[in-house]
Write a protein that binds this ligand. Structure first.
Ligand code: MOS
Length: 732
């Protein structure tokens, strides 16, 4: 099914199942421990071997020699696989650095060997016996130092309209500030893990992947085998946030180890290893300039961002939202990319907007203050309904203003003290902050297969993944709505490369796109059902209560299945609507903080997010995404930072003891409000992404609340107490 005209009224609009707060259908499997994650696949008749990866102990240089003799003869060892023993490995399309390093080392903890043994412990013990002689080279590890050598990335990085320089020069009120965001780690719950098994030339890998087809393609490319020979399974995933978008070392090394050991091999990336072995969100330096008239209208806005990556990598697109979020005739954005020899930088939840909004939304707060305007009002004054760089291109649907107004009302924004540092309760300084939320809505083609059996059970199969987001549930809801059956009559199978290729989970596109693919397959099944049951007209067909109705005629749906069952497969293919109309999602974050006047400790007191993101397919799973994102935003504001060893080139705090993410005690009352809307440009589902919108702006709202509480403006994330304590008032 091609989707190139706005969606008309369709069965999804009935809203009998779609849009209902249905608890996730895979919930009982997860809460009872029956959902099987990658490392847990277990066939009692198989003797699994265990692989333990050896990672490079230098960030840049060469391996002179590797001595694996002691490892090979260690207890339980079956094989030691090094890259010179496996022939040439190609690099997949989506990876920057090689997943199995050769003589040349590209980053710290790049995989250089895998030791295979009878038990995990024996493999780990033997891995410690591998001796490597390195020729270390000097690398570039410091973004600030590399900033001046940064260049425009391949594919360009600049955009603009009007004459920024002249307009900024002439503006009566202006701001010119620099903000920094650190390297961040995805810190999902389930570490990467794979089990590989060969059967002749056929390879099966149970793994933890957001994008089945990307992994399958890249694994085949890396190993130099035919894609048809690779079978990937990833039905349950304990989080990803982007670090499982692209094939990783565990899958490649498990496959190579299994080939060598002639047995199925399990390989997991231990947490202290994966933070340097895999990807992270790159640090940024961002300069923002804004000029406005005394009426509060922005006349000039510029956003420049510097980030770094390995050779061949890309920039963090931190200027993305600034091209679209606020009006202003004169504007420019620019990105510059420095070469750094740190581990690979890549997508992490809302790549681009998440760190971009951390900077932009402080700048907007600062500008509002200079103009003497309420920060909510300043944002509303500068709303735009068209792409400000290309004014002939409207937004498909945009209600940022509604989010800000609803949020201000619900949060009690009028209680906020206009004067920073003016509200105090005992030792606590109290403040409120606001930020807009913005994240683009992406669309990727997505396929599915649906089967009706004679019991009236509908089975959906697609290689879509559920990374904790609720895919199983919204897909079941879609099929139930389309075919007029209760959700209990729908079975959903995901995460298997034998199923039709879906959008996968990433970039907050998975919810809208994968359900649209299921919609397309169900539409096809409805036609087949109508034909089977002998309905001549299809324009008035209603599928409801397990029946198919047209005029006075009604037939049981199950009857169409016959003995064989009835199957339909289709793909949603997105046309040019994203080109003619800008598709984005909007929100507003409100935060109240308390800062200890003596210690500088910040406690979050209340949080509210108001989101406008098209149809909400399931308010329970959507809310769960947003509160998770808000929590992650608090981490970004207050604690999360991969600390770079600038001499040796690695992330020092590479575990969850030292890379601090918020825990329950850090998170107070969170509220999420969804504005009631649909976006017919996005898909037949009229839904958009929500999972990444929720993080965008949160950290800035916290920063702005801290400023309101203390009068201290911190522009370098995370806002740890050392950045506040000097300027806090004397304790009285
Ligand atoms: Mo997301 S960063 O595309 O998983």
């Amino acid at each position: 099914m091609r989707f190139d005209t706005p969606a008309a009224t369709n069965p999804i609009d009935q809203g009998k199942v779609i849009g209902k707060p249905i608890p996730r259908i895979d919930g009982p499997l997860k809460t009872t421990g029956k959902a099987i994650y990658a490392y847990e696949w277990h066939d009692p008749n198989t003797r699994y071997a265990y692989g333990y990866i050896v990672g490079s102990a230098i960030a840049k240089g060469r391996i002179r020699s590797m001595d694996v003799a002691a490892a090979r003869t260690a207890p339980g060892v079956i094989a030691v696989v090094t890259s010179d023993g496996v022939g040439e490995l190609k690099k997949g399309k989506y990876n920057t650095a090689k997943l199995f390093g050769g003589t040349e080392i590209q980053h710290y903890h790049q995989a250089i060997a895998v030791v295979v043994a009878e038990t995990f412990e024996e493999a780990r013990a033997a891995a410690a016996l591998v001796k490597v002689d390195y020729a270390e080279e000097k690398g570039a590890f410091d973004l600030t130092a590399a900033k001046d050598s940064a260049i425009e990335p391949e594919g360009g990085g600049d955009s603009g309209a009007g004459d920024f320089d002249a307009a900024f020069e002439a503006a009566p009120v202006k701001l010119d500030q620099v903000y920094t965001t650190p390297d961040q780690s995805h810190a999902m719950m389930e570490p990467h893990a794979s089990i590989a098994a060969w059967n002749g030339d056929d390879l099966t890998v149970w793994t933890s992947s957001q994008m089945i087809d990307w992994w399958r393609t890249d694994l085949a490319t890396t190993l130099g085998i035919d894609k048809d020979k690779v079978h990937l399974m990833s039905p349950f995933i304990g989080g990803g946030f982007g670090v499982k978008l692209f094939l990783r070392a565990d899958a490649v090394l498990a496959a190579l180890a299994a080939r060598e050991a002639k047995r199925p091999v399990k390989v997991a990336l231990p947490r202290p290893f994966l933070m340097n072995n895999t990807t992270h969100r790159p640090a940024t330096i961002q300069r923002i300039r804004i000029g406005a008239g005394r009426d509060g209208k922005i006349t000039a806005i510029a956003h420049e961002s510097w980030s770094g990556d390995l050779p061949g990598g890309g920039p963090e697109v931190a200027v993305q939202q600034t091209r679209l979020l606020y009006a202003g005739a004169n504007r420019m954005t620019a990105m510059r990319l420095a070469t750094l020899d740190l581990p690979e930088g890549n997508a992490m939840r809302a790549p681009g907007e998440a760190p971009g909004m951390m900077a932009l939304e402080i700048a907007i707060d600062e500008m509002a203050e200079r103009l003497g305007l309420d920060p909510v009002e300043f944002r509303i004054i500068n709303d735009t309904q068209v792409d400000p760089e290309n004014p002939e291109r409207p937004f498909s649907h945009r209600n940022l203003v509604g989010c800000l107004r609803t949020g201000a009302e619900r949060f009690g924004w009028q209680e906020r003290s206009k004067q920073p540092g003016a509200r105090r309760e005992g030792n606590w300084l109290i403040g409120m902050g606001v930020a807009a939320a913005f994240r683009n809505n992406l669309v990727l083609n997505s396929g599915a297969r649906v089967r009706l059996d004679r019991e009236g059970v509908v089975t959906v199969e697609t290689d879509m993944t559920d990374i904790g987001t609720g895919s199983y549930t919204i897909i079941a809801q879609t099929a139930a709505e389309m075919l007029g059956v209760p959700i209990e009559k729908v079975a959903v199978s995901l995460g298997d490369s034998r199923f039709p290729v879906s959008s996968g989970s990433g970039g907050q596109f998975g919810g809208n796109c994968s359900t649209a693919g299921v919609y397309a397959a169900c539409a096809k099944l409805r036609e087949a059902v109508a034909q089977k049951l002998g309905f001549n007209r299809t324009d008035d067909l209603v599928f409801a209560d397990g029946e198919v109705r047209s005029g006075d005629r009604r037939m049981p749906l199950a009857q169409a299945a016959g003995d064989e069952g009835l199957v339909a497969e289709d793909l949603i293919e997105f046309g040019d609507l994203t080109k003619t109309h800008q598709q984005s999602t909007f929100g507003a974050h409100f935060v109240e903080v308390a800062v200890d006047v003596a210690t500088g400790e910040t406690r979050i007191r209340r949080m509210l997010a108001v989101c406008a993101a098209g149809r909400i397919l399931n308010p329970i799973t959507a809310r769960s995404q947003v509160i998770g994102a808000m929590t992650m935003g608090v981490g970004g504001a207050l604690t999360e930072e991969l600390v770079v060893d600038k001499k040796r080139g690695f992330f020092v705090n590479h575990d969850l003891a030292a890379y601090e993410v918020p825990v329950h005690a850090d998170i107070p009352h969170q509220e999420v409000v969804f504005l009631d809307e649909t976006d017919p440009m996005s898909s037949p589902m009229k839904a958009k992404g929500i999972a990444e919108l929720g993080i965008c702006g949160v950290a800035a709202a916290v920063a702005n609340a801290i400023y309101n509480a203390t009068g201290i403006r911190v522009r370098e994330y995370p806002i740890t107490l050392d950045k506040l304590i000097e300027e806090l008032p004397e304790i009285s």
